[in-house]
Design a protein around this ligand. Structure first.
Ligand code: SF4
Length: 356
């Protein structure tokens, strides 16, 4: 029998789990305290559980983590972890410290099927969706290491490997735990799902979780976006912006969207592109993040230079669009945006091989 990894269960699911064992609801709170506050993962050491309950838990449940294969430290204090889920499947996560915050960038899939042309993960192909436990384990592993160094995680972003909105249930359950005071207790503004634009999922997400939304836009028109972010051929910019407006109007609290725009020399960095982008985003509560492109092996792109990025930023700001320029971090350990690759047993390529 496969044991239930308790890291996969949000508070409601953990409640159900204990009810099925004939236990009272307070067991949920006790278990969450052991896991998320005390960081105790051995049932035998959970002294406030009765002996028969500990024996039962050992039989049917577990608290298991991926194996840490490598930890790398960049000159600018960025840390990258490589985690093994199995022999052929590795994921990466990155911690980016700043003066006033510490951001953990986590993965939601092993590889990615969406093949954005400027992304290292996209070039690896896709193997599998992560389970909630594999997502939450990333935060616990980083937390454990950082706590020992008196650092902390203030923000969690789904911007590592994979498209989070193609793994909705696991990602939403993980968001529940990230926001839950009994687990990580982060505010909804400090947890961000970043998507390349899976429109039906954005509509569902608007109702399901209050976390922040970021859109990997990268182009101001469909012709160019079709090439850079191929999922645009399925969900156009117009449909995407409509879904963004639904997200902004859902819920009772004020919401904003961050639009990410990777700066590619002579591809999407012209004055014309900047003006088109400003026009596109005028009607929406948007912030734009301009990201210098981080190079990787076999890429055809180069980053725009700093003057071009500044000029692009000025054009957007002059037209009332709040625009930031992201500093490149962790480049010397391939931990910068778009550089994460892990090692992926690519099932998409296997399927192609069978077809042809
Ligand atoms: S940018 Fe995101 S959605 Fe696109 S291929 Fe990379 S991981 Fe996938």
């Amino acid at each position: 029998m496969n044991k239930q990894n308790l890291l996969s269960l949000n508070q409601d699911a953990l409640n159900d789990f204990f009810v099925c064992l004939g236990e009272k609801h307070y067991r949920t709170k006790q278990m969450m305290q052991w896991i998320y506050k005390v960081h105790e993962f051995d049932f035998n050491k959970m002294f406030n559980f009765s002996k028969p309950l500990r024996e039962e838990l050992n039989k049917i449940a577990c608290i298991e983590f991926p194996r840490v294969v490598k930890q790398q430290f960049a000159l600018d204090k960025v840390i990258k972890w490589v985690l093994a889920l199995s022999k052929d499947n590795y994921i990466e996560m990155v911690y980016i410290p700043d003066k006033d915050r510490g951001t953990l960038c986590i993965s939601s899939q092993v590889g990615c099927s969406l093949a954005c042309s400027f992304c290292s993960t996209g070039m690896q192909g896709f193997n599998k969706n992560l389970r909630t436990a594999e997502i939450i384990a990333q935060v616990l592993i980083a937390n454990k290491y950082l706590n020992s160094k008196v650092k902390c995680i203030s923000n969690v972003v789904f911007m590592g490997m994979g498209e989070p909105l193609l793994n909705e249930q696991a990602v939403y359950n993980a968001c529940d735990l990230l926001l839950d005071d009994l687990a990580f207790g982060l505010s909804r503004r400090k947890v961000t799902i970043s998507t390349s634009g899976i429109v039906p999922a954005i509509l569902r997400m608007s109702k399901r979780t209050p976390v922040s939304l970021a859109i990997s836009l990268h182009a101001p028109n469909n012709k160019l976006r079709d090439k850079l972010v191929p999922v645009n051929q399925k969900y156009s910019i117009e449909e995407l912006l409509k879904a963004c407006k639904v997200y902004l109007n859902a819920g009772t609290q004020e919401r904003h969207i961050l639009f990410e725009y990777v700066m590619l020399e002579d591809v999407n960095d012209s004055t014309e592109c900047a003006n088109k982008l400003a026009k596109l985003l005028k009607t929406i509560s948007a912030k734009v993040n301009l990201i210098p492109f981080n190079s990787f092996e076999r890429t055809q792109y180069k980053s725009s230079n700093i003057q071009t990025i500044k000029k692009f930023q000025d054009i957007l700001c002059q037209q009332g669009i709040r625009t930031m320029m992201r500093r490149t971090r962790g480049e010397d350990i391939d931990g910068a945006c778009g550089q994460l690759s892990g090692r992926v047993l690519n099932k998409t390529k296997k399927i192609h091989a069978r077809k042809h």
